[in-house]
Design a protein around this ligand. Structure first.
Ligand code: SAM
Length: 246
């Protein structure tokens, strides 16, 4: 299997992250997090990245801190207006300590799955539960696994085509470990660039069990950032877990 450390994603993607990783849901993500957290809440973003979500929340007046595995991603955050003012601890979100008592933590854009084993994902939930104040909440956004486009546990998809360029994405699925290895290949006149990725997916109900192991209980699950209902057709979910008040 491809080996991924907490800083590998950033080493491979930091330079192009903002240009190539826009899910198109930033505005509604920020709005829902702000509403659910409530005025004055102390926020913690796991895998804060280049500040796509954290910077607009900071601009709304929230106190926000981050954990991030990649110094290269944090460098990009620091280059942006307001980016110097967000405390960030560089470390693995599965284990990393961060000072503070937080009211609302969040881990968005499928990043729970960047932890490539179930054990790490469980540790991450426990880590968050330890950082939350009583009554605090943890919001998680991930895709719902979908293998309808796979054949023999593999998938190949063209993502961009031009006169002199071709981008495609190859995926290999190991259902025994719930791991998908990706290779994103870009062939241009300048040569070939490969950007690999490993994700360990989990079904929504497995994520609920991880939360339960950490003492957090599912409060809401939506099929999108605008509180769309979660149905068998949902491609993603936004789930909110709560720590008991005492
Ligand atoms: C898809 S990006 C999401 C960044 C940001 N949250 C956003 O929504 O734009 C994934 C982020 O997770 C970080 N990351 C990956 N593994 C990590 C780990 N084990 N601990 C902390 N951060 C990690 C990467 O460096 C990257 O910044």
């Amino acid at each position: 299997m491809l080996e991924f450390d907490p800083d590998t994603f950033g080493t491979l993607n930091a330079d192009e992250y903002d240009a190539l990783h826009d899910p198109g849901t930033t505005e509604e993500s920020v709005a829902l997090i702000a509403e659910l957290a409530g005025d004055g809440a102390r926020l913690l973003e796991l895998a804060i990245g280049t500040g796509r979500i954290a910077l607009p929340l900071k601009a709304l007046g929230f106190e926000i801190s981050g954990i991030e595995g990649s110094a290269a991603m944090v460098e990009k955050l620091r280059e942006k207006p307001g980016g110097e003012d967000i405390p960030v601890v560089i470390g693995d979100m599965a284990d990393c300590a961060i000072t503070g008592d937080f009211d609302f933590a969040f881990l968005v854009f499928n990043t729970l799955f960047n932890l490539t084993s179930q054990a790490e994902q469980v540790r991450c939930f426990r880590n968050v539960a330890d950082r939350l104040a009583p009554g605090g909440a943890f919001l998680v956004e991930t895709f719902v696994p979908d293998f309808s486009a796979y054949h023999d546990n593999q998938s190949l998809r063209t993502t961009k085509i031009g006169f002199k360029s071709l981008w495609f994405e190859a995926k290999v699925h190991d259902p025994t470990r719930q791991v998908i290895e990706y290779q994103r290949v870009r062939i241009t006149e300048k040569g070939t660039r490969m950007v690999p990725l490993v994700m360990r997916y989990a079904w929504p109900q497995e994520i609920d069990l991880m939360a339960e192991l950490a003492g957090l209980t599912l409060e809401h699950r939506w099929g999108g950032w605008k509180r769309e209902p979660f149905t068998p057709e949902s491609k993603m979910h936004v789930s909110l877990y709560r720590k008991p008040a005492n």
